[in-house]
Design a protein around this ligand. Structure first.
Ligand code: XMP
Length: 517
């Protein structure tokens, strides 16, 4: 049974994915479509509700995305948010004007009686606003349902036509009752039944995978990251030993991580697990190389070569599976084509650029292609993947290769792995783990003078890096308490051979990047 569908029609707003995630958190399946999706296509998808996202500043700008007025004759319950709210008013004959004063941040609104959207919400509540235009006159048949000091039409509606609009952002957590308002729109206005549940997703996907795969084989490149791990577990549940997971250990993972991945997938799941121990091969290829870009290139190319050589040996006579997730393939309303044709592009963070020409598969399987990251994690937990893997922090494809400045040697990898393990252990003990987006140790390849007992030392400096961020485009260095830093420094110098000094990286991004190389 297909799920009921809600469409988030994307007008280029920054919160498009957040809206879709909130809808799914309400138990409603939701997909993001570009604003210029043909009406015939929208009708064919038969959505039970549509949400217009925010977008550029002004509906009067001809370059701004608009909507065919015939849309409103489709009779689909619609909620316009921010720009989407102004667009609804403008397209139906209302007036939009520039605010004398932009409203930005937490704003108080007051709502009147009788709106389904605000049922049970206190008359005065805080919402998140971010706009420079506002609706000054409503189209015929609409009524105002909420206002703020500077925004006379903070919410309005035409319940007969099931058209609703809010100038604020209910999807943002700063909107006190945002979740309730979305819930009312979905359940009361649109009549969704709430049939999007991860346990159903697993059962349905397993059935679909069995049908699709039949008695053929499937190969999957397992990196030990969240997405490929969950894809592997799902495929294992569906087809067991018809699945072969190929895990290339390039020797640049964190301490004992290769063994942990192997144990997890051989002990907990039914599949053929192939570990390619290519540590020596990578070290040889990287010998004498110090330039960061060159190192990345070599690691990427060798990963590709080693992986596909192994697939050739395993026999590529079935399907190829990969852990593509929904955000990898969303096309934004701004016309960003990233993710288009994702079925023939292997994710770059797996460091593979495509399938070699001499290898032909029966097809590509992407079992997580409709899920957001938090949903992938929920599926992973339900499938019994250990927490360490499901909640793993991001780890770059080139691994520790981008955290060892200068030439990569076996000795340096060992020092960095040991230091990183101590650092992570101390962060976990201090209870700081969930407040940090990413944290790791770096080996800057700098020797400094120190003293240990009566001896002078001349040994490695370790840098530690910890950041907080929402999207990794910008990041702030984490304010780890001094006493925790003191313990980390002590432990690193005492427990890790060849470390005699520790520095904490207090650079934000920009101007720094998260990784050192
Ligand atoms: P930067 O260093 O660019 O990192 O600020 C932002 C985020 O991306 C991760 N990162 C990578 N991930 N392949 C990946 O899959 C890479 O080559 C790569 N380089 C950086 C980094 O760990 C951080 O989370």
């Amino acid at each position: 049974m297909a799920n009921q569908l809600c469409i988030v029609l994307d007008f280029g707003g920054q919160y498009n994915q957040l809206i879709a995630r909130r809808v799914r958190e309400c138990g409603v399946y939701c997909e993001i479509k570009r604003y210029d999706t043909p009406l015939s296509e929208i009708r064919a998808l038969n959505p039970a509700g549509i949400i217009f996202t925010g977008g550029p500043n002004s509906v009067y700008d001809s370059a701004s995305p608009h909507i065919d007025p015939a849309y409103f004759d489709l009779g689909i319950p619609t909620l316009g948010i921010c720009y989407g709210c102004q667009l609804m008013a403008y397209t139906l004959g209302g007036t939009v004007e520039s605010c004398e004063k932009s409203e930005y941040g937490k704003i108080e609104i007051t709502h009147g009686e009788g709106s389904l959207l605000f049922a049970g919400v206190p008359a005065v509540s805080t919402v998140w606003m971010s706009h420079t235009d506002f609706v000054s006159r409503l189209p015929e048949g609409f009524r105002v349902t909420a206002h703020s000091d500077d925004c006379p039409c903070a919410a309005f509606e035409n319940p007969e036509r099931k058209l609703y609009a809010v100038q604020f952002h209910p999807e943002v957590t700063h909107s006190q009752y945002g979740k309730e308002i979305l819930h009312h729109f979905l359940y009361v206005v649109c009549g969704f039944k709430g049939d999007w549940m991860m346990s159903d997703f697993i059962e349905n996907t397993v059935q679909k995978l069995r049908q699709q795969i039949g008695d053929k084989k499937v190969v999957l490149g397992l990196s030990g990251g969240v997405d490929s791990s969950v894809a592997a577990a799902l495929l294992s549940k569906a087809v067991g030993r018809q699945l072969t997971c190929v895990f290339v250990d390039q020797g640049l993972m964190r301490k004992d991580e290769g063994d942990f991945v192997e144990q997890t997938f051989t002990k907990l799941f039914d599949m053929n697990f192939v570990r390619v121990n290519a540590q020596k091969h990578f070290l040889e290829k990287l010998r004498g190389v110090t330039d960061p870009e060159q190192k990345r290139k070599i690691i990427g190319t060798e990963f590709y070569n080693v992986f596909w050589d192994r697939i050739r040996r395993e026999g590529a006579d079935g399907f190829f599976a990969q852990g593509t997730i929904y955000p990898d393939r969303i096309e934004s309303g701004r016309g960003n084509k990233a993710g288009q044709g994702s079925t023939d592009v292997i994710k770059t963070h797996h460091n593979m650029v495509g399938i070699p020409e001499d290898i032909t598969f029966a097809g590509i399987i992407e079992p997580l292609a409709d899920l957001f990251k938090d949903e992938v994690r929920r599926v992973g937990e339900k499938l019994g993947i250990p927490r360490e893997l499901v909640w793993r922090q991001p780890f770059p494809g080139p691994g520790l290769g981008v955290r060892i400045v200068g030439e990569i040697t076996e000795e340096k990898i060992k020092i960095l792995q040991d230091a990183d393990a101590v650092f992570r252990d101390e962060i976990a003990r201090s209870g700081l783990e969930s407040s940090l987006s990413q944290f790791f140790a770096v080996l800057p390849d700098v020797h400094t003078v120190g003293v240990m007992g009566d001896h002078r030392t001349y040994d490695h400096l370790i840098a530690i890096r910890a950041v907080t961020t929402d999207d990794f485009m910008t990041a702030d260095w984490a304010r780890i308490p001094f006493d925790v830093l003191a313990r980390i420094s002590n432990r690193l110098c005492n427990e890790v051979a060849h470390v005699n000094r520790v520095v904490y990286d207090i650079t934000s991004k920009p101007p720094g990047t998260v990784e050192w190389e």
